[in-house]
Write a protein that binds this ligand. Structure first.
Ligand SMILES: [Zn+2]
Length: 310
């Protein structure tokens, strides 16, 4: 399989300078102060989480745009927009104008999915979420709050769109050094895991999805729930990050080409297998955009408790 290229449109509700201010203030901007370079750097890291988990997908930001949907008529349009995106497919007619407005932008940019990067204080509870688990093209929405605009949270919500579920994740306790500190027993979790703590302090999320054959050792990016990435060093031996009953990777691999084709054909067609090995195979673009000849190494839910009644 080639690399699935998922085109992402990011919409946000205020001036881009203001939108970036929170990220800059808390040092979550990767050194970027302009919104487009920031988003490129952000989704580069999201892509890395997938590729390091051996899921051949790349998330490309094809557009970012400030939106003002106050013209629809609601004074709390930011709340309505969030509710509309989180309650798909839409059955409440009040949400329809919001979805239509978003879809118009989505078509303009040819985006497979839309991420609504919401404001910190928009009047709605500060939660993030995906439109659905493994949903269709009319449910391909993700809402991210400022606090959740970080690689592991974005990877988690996008993971829902690609069929990932909390119960497929892994949590376990192992010896970990954080940023070269002392080894201590820590709870680590894969990206999709949402569960009760095991009693070893706050869990560390590693930049990996669970997989039937996934293992992990040595250094890996990791993060507390709300902080930036740190480096976790796992002491030997290697740990398993899944089994046949805890396998997010298989779902992601199956869904990635489907989501990549939500709007238009995937930009990298799957090469037709050659009946005999070619001595000089044609290079195909991999997930990093580099020529390569073999492979790319590449619920709807809330990180909070305010799931609205539907
Ligand atoms: Zn979730």
């Amino acid at each position: 399989m080639g690399c699935s290229e998922v085109d992402v449109l990011v919409i946000y509700p205020q001036d881009p300078i203001d939108q970036m201010a929170y990220m800059v203030m808390y040092g979550k901007h990767y050194g970027e102060t302009q919104i487009d370079p920031f988003l490129a750097a952000h989704f580069e890291r999201v892509t890395k989480i997938y590729q390091d988990s051996e899921v051949e997908v790349r998330f490309n930001v094809v557009g970012s745009q400030q939106v003002d949907l106050s013209g629809i008529g609601a004074s709390d349009w930011m709340v309505q927009l969030r509710l509309a995106l989180m309650n798909t497919p839409v059955t409440n007619p009040a949400y329809t104008p919001y979805i239509e407005a978003v879809e118009e932008l989505r078509s303009t940019h040819g985006a497979d999915i839309v991420v609504y990067w919401r404001m910190l204080d928009d009047g709605a509870p500060a939660v993030s979420g995906a439109g659905s688990i493994g949903g269709g093209a009319d449910e391909a929405y993700v809402v991210l709050s400022h606090r959740m605009m970080r690689p592991i949270s974005a990877a988690h919500e996008l993971g829902h769109l690609l069929g990932g579920q909390h119960g497929d994740g892994v949590q376990l306790v192992t010896g970990v050094m954080i940023n070269g500190g002392a080894v201590a027993a820590r709870e680590i979790r894969t990206v999709m895991t949402s569960a009760t703590n095991l009693g070893f302090g706050d869990a560390l999320h590693v930049w990996r999805f669970s997989g039937a054959n996934a293992t992990l050792q040595g250094d890996v990016n990791c993060a507390w729930l709300l902080d930036n990435a740190d480096t976790c060093t796992l002491v030997p031996p290697a740990i398993r990050l899944g089994d046949v009953d805890h396998d997010t990777v298989s779902n992601l691999r199956a869904m990635a080409p489907i989501v990549a084709a939500f709007r238009g054909a995937p930009r990298h067609a799957t090469p037709t297998p050659s009946p005999t090995p070619s001595p000089t195979p044609s290079p195909t673009a991999d997930c990093n955009g580099e020529p390569e000849t073999s492979r790319c190494w590449g619920v709807r839910e809330y990180w909070g408790a305010d799931r609205p009644a539907t």
